[in-house]
Design a protein around this ligand. Structure first.
Ligand code: ZN
Length: 516
């Protein structure tokens, strides 16, 4: 006699999230690690590291005691990534069982249209904010090979598929599949194939976290890895970080980069010890902006963080003077991406206001702690977010921002919420400390953090001494689609004691001296 085992994954999107569990216990060994995907848009005018979390652990599984070992419900097999010629790749799927759909993560329509050549009968289904590899006739498949060309551009709000360097190319295995559907129902299974990498004859293949030369049939973390093919120049290693810097990366930024990354890693290690990651691997590509007509010759940065890796795509002139503004922009970008790796993760794609807002605030505080930004500049930086926050919140609630086409609200309004929360918990005279907030959040039960992120956040604020009135105001600000967002921001600040002045429609946040 055999009982059924159901293993399924639920996306963090209601439309794909028909709960089909029977309420059984979560099975620890099958629980995937948190899925942190952050992506960015390229913008020379952005004030902050414009990245975000696209989705969160699609992982919950349930199990019952069995008398007889059941068939493995997961989709396994082998995915082979072959470097065919300089910009040409072949991705070959050889699955352990028939699947009808492979979940590719956040939709990246331009990339798929420009770079993926699918065999007849296959297509990329885009549904809501996500994309899937399927057959047009809906029938199951076990094998498929896709010809792919390298994609240099930044893919907004999704994991970067490629990073292009002067001496090599990094391929992200994440967007090759995060989950798979085998039946007709929407239930998703874990997608955990092994991976093989075949480089060109003269190149090194570096799989971060694995021994050099280990390139066939290896297990990778479920959120994927950037695997580097090419010459290993520009490799900088410390005991905590491994950086691959594009040989085109401006020499004026190299030293500030190396010292910033080292400082922030040690700061986060010390202050957020609950989630100290493995050795951090940071890949930084640099695209030279050759167009003399480009008015904006500033440095711009984009990229994403996943697991213990950061992919940064920088763009700028051939030689960069690197003034304070450039350096600070770079520092904020890396402090933000690194914050994602250490921060406590909340929700299932329904707490981006926290994940991005907190990463922004952690970054500002990491910079302030190291004297890279003054407390006055922190306040200016926050004040500058108010008009954009108000603009976005006219069209959506903060909670729904990413689904309503306003993902940037998570960086503006999200950061203002965290600043307000810090003010609320320091109302009793204790110093503001964002890392204490993150550590306290870490002590909440993981199921609460995942399933009821806002409630977990509010309970943490109460635990740290915030007044109920302030905690309620924060909840309301996040949940409600406000008729008058400017008034809502003022009410949020008034209720949490965040000091500001207002002149007509210009709101200025008062500097707070933080001795963190
Ligand atoms: Zn981010």
């Amino acid at each position: 006699m055999k009982q059924n085992i159901k293993t399924h994954m639920r996306f963090k999107v209601e439309s794909h999230n028909q709960p089909e569990t029977s309420g059984q216990e979560e099975h620890k060994s099958l629980r995937l690690p948190r899925w942190l995907i952050r992506a960015v848009v390229f913008s020379a005018v952005t004030l902050w590291g414009n990245c975000f979390i696209a989705s969160q652990p699609p992982a919950v599984s349930s199990t019952q005691k069995t008398i007889q070992a059941p068939a493995d419900p997961r989709v396994r097999g082998l995915v082979t990534i072959t470097h065919v010629a300089s910009d040409n790749w072949r991705f070959t799927y050889d699955l352990s069982r028939d699947a009808r759909s492979i979940f590719l993560g956040p939709k990246t329509e331009k990339y798929h249209a420009a770079s993926w050549e699918l065999p007849d009968g296959f297509y990329i289904l885009v549904e809501g904010p996500y994309s899937y590899l399927e057959r047009r006739d809906g029938k199951p498949f076990r094998q498929v090979a896709i010809d792919v060309t390298s994609y240099r551009q930044i893919v907004p709000y999704a994991p970067q598929p490629f990073g292009l360097f002067d001496q090599g190319t990094a391929v992200n295995t994440g967007p090759l599949g995060f989950a798979a559907r085998v039946g007709e129902a929407r239930m998703m299974m874990s997608f955990l194939p092994k991976y093989s990498f075949v480089g060109l004859p003269d190149e090194t293949v570096l799989v971060p976290g694995k021994k050099r030369g280990m390139v066939t049939e290896i297990d990778l973390p479920s959120q994927g890895l950037f695997v580097y093919f090419g010459k290993l120049q520009g490799l900088y290693e410390t005991d905590r970080t491994q950086s691959i810097l594009d040989t085109r990366f401006p020499s004026t930024l190299r030293k500030p980069y190396l010292s910033a990354v080292k400082a922030y890693a040690s700061f986060y290690d010390r202050r957020l010890p609950h989630s100290a990651p493995e050795k951090l691997v940071i890949m930084v590509s640099y695209q030279v902006d050759n167009d003399p007509l480009v008015a904006n010759r500033l440095l711009s940065l984009g990229g994403n963080a996943q697991h213990f890796q950061i992919m940064a795509k920088a763009r700028g002139p051939q030689t960069l003077t690197a003034d304070r503004q450039d350096i600070q922009k770079m520092q904020r970008f890396f402090a933000h991406e690194m914050a994602h790796i250490w921060q406590t993760s909340l929700g299932r794609d329904n707490a981006r206001w926290f994940n991005e807002g907190e990463a922004e605030m952690l970054a500002l505080y990491a910079l302030e702690h190291h004297g890279h930004i003054t407390h006055v500049e922190v306040a200016q930086n926050l004040s500058a977010r108010v008009p954009q926050c108000v603009e976005s919140l006219r069209r959506t609630s903060l909670l729904e921002a990413h689904r309503r086409g306003e993902p940037q609200a998570n960086y503006t309004a999200g950061a203002l919420v965290i600043a307000s929360a810090l003010s609320a918990i320091s109302a009793d005279g204790t110093q503001e400390d964002i890392t204490a907030l993150d550590r306290a959040l870490q002590t909440r039960p993981i199921s609460e953090r995942r399933k009821q992120p806002l409630e977990a956040f509010q309970a943490t604020l109460k635990q740290l001494g915030a007044e109920p009135k302030a905690v309620d105001a924060i909840g309301t600000f996040i949940r409600v689609h406000h008729d008058d967002p400017f008034a809502a921001v003022r009410l949020l600040f008034d209720s949490t004691g965040l000091a500001y002045s207002v002149d007509g429609t210009t709101l200025t946040i008062e500097p707070v001296r933080n001795a963190r």
